[in-house]
Design a protein around this ligand. Structure first.
Ligand SMILES: O=C(O)C(=O)C[C@H](O)[C@H](O)COP(=O)(O)O
Length: 214
């Protein structure tokens, strides 16, 4: 792992782990370790494994055990049970597409850094009210993109974001240039055909390009 990512993994900030956080959907647990190694080799050590597939928790467990240079987290965390399962599997951060009081309480109690998802101003204000200043902006492009986040920076400068959803190599630099953006999330470095072909060299090359975006 880069020593920066290793050092920050225990801190309260997910946004400062890496400029780009790959969002991974693992269908076959056998892909988890080679995929994570390719991302780390390409310079993307913070990896969000979404809880969208039955293989997800085993994938988190395998990456946590076998890829020490990765900082593996769980995505699509939408319930207290998801929080507990993710932390038990070794997730070092948690990301949700949206949040409720129940989910936020569980995330706060988990002991690991977390990013609750928001897409409206009121959700941002509600999180600030709960003492949470770092959040995922989802679905970033559909919810207003860079123009929306720029507009929030005036009235709500205390909020910092990880925009995710429709982020690409073309629009990522625009997000990363905003003062209220710490990192971006995205799946573009993990094309479905590359994963199906187990083409880890291609994943590594795409990760390397992504890690150079900032
Ligand atoms: O699964 C979740 O918890 C999500 O919130 C969705 C993901 O963050 C996006 O699906 C990634 O978006 P793309 O980069 O456009 O593929």
């Amino acid at each position: 792992m880069t020593s920066t990512a290793a050092a920050s993994a225990g801190s309260a900030s997910v946004l400062d782990l890496a400029p780009v956080v790959p969002v991974v959907v693992v269908e076959d647990v056998a892909d988890a370790v080679p995929l994570a190694r390719a991302l780390v080799a390409g310079g993307l050590p913070a990896i969000e494994v979404t809880l969208r597939t039955p293989a997800a928790l085993d994938a988190i467990r395998a990456i946590a055990a076998e890829v020490p240079d990765a900082v593996v987290g769980a995505g699509t965390v939408i319930s207290p049970a998801n929080v507990a399962d993710s932390v038990a599997a070794g997730a070092r951060f948690l990301v949700s597409p949206g949040w409720t009081d129940l989910l936020l309480d569980a995330m706060k109690e988990s002991g690991v850094p977390f990013l609750p998802g928001v897409s409206t101003t009121s959700e941002v204000v509600a999180l600030l009210e709960r003492g949470v200043h770092e959040m995922k902006f989802f679905p970033a492009e559909a919810a207003g993109g860079t123009a929306y986040l720029k507009s929030l920076a005036g009235p709500l400068p205390q909020a910092r974001f990880c925009p995710t959803g429709g982020v690409s190599p073309a629009n990522a630099p625009g997000y990363l240039a905003l003062k209220n953006v710490g990192c971006v999330g995205g799946s573009w470095m993990l094309p479905a055909d590359a994963i199906a072909a187990k083409d880890w060299g291609r994943v590594e090359a795409l990760a390397r390009e992504a890690s150079a975006l900032r």
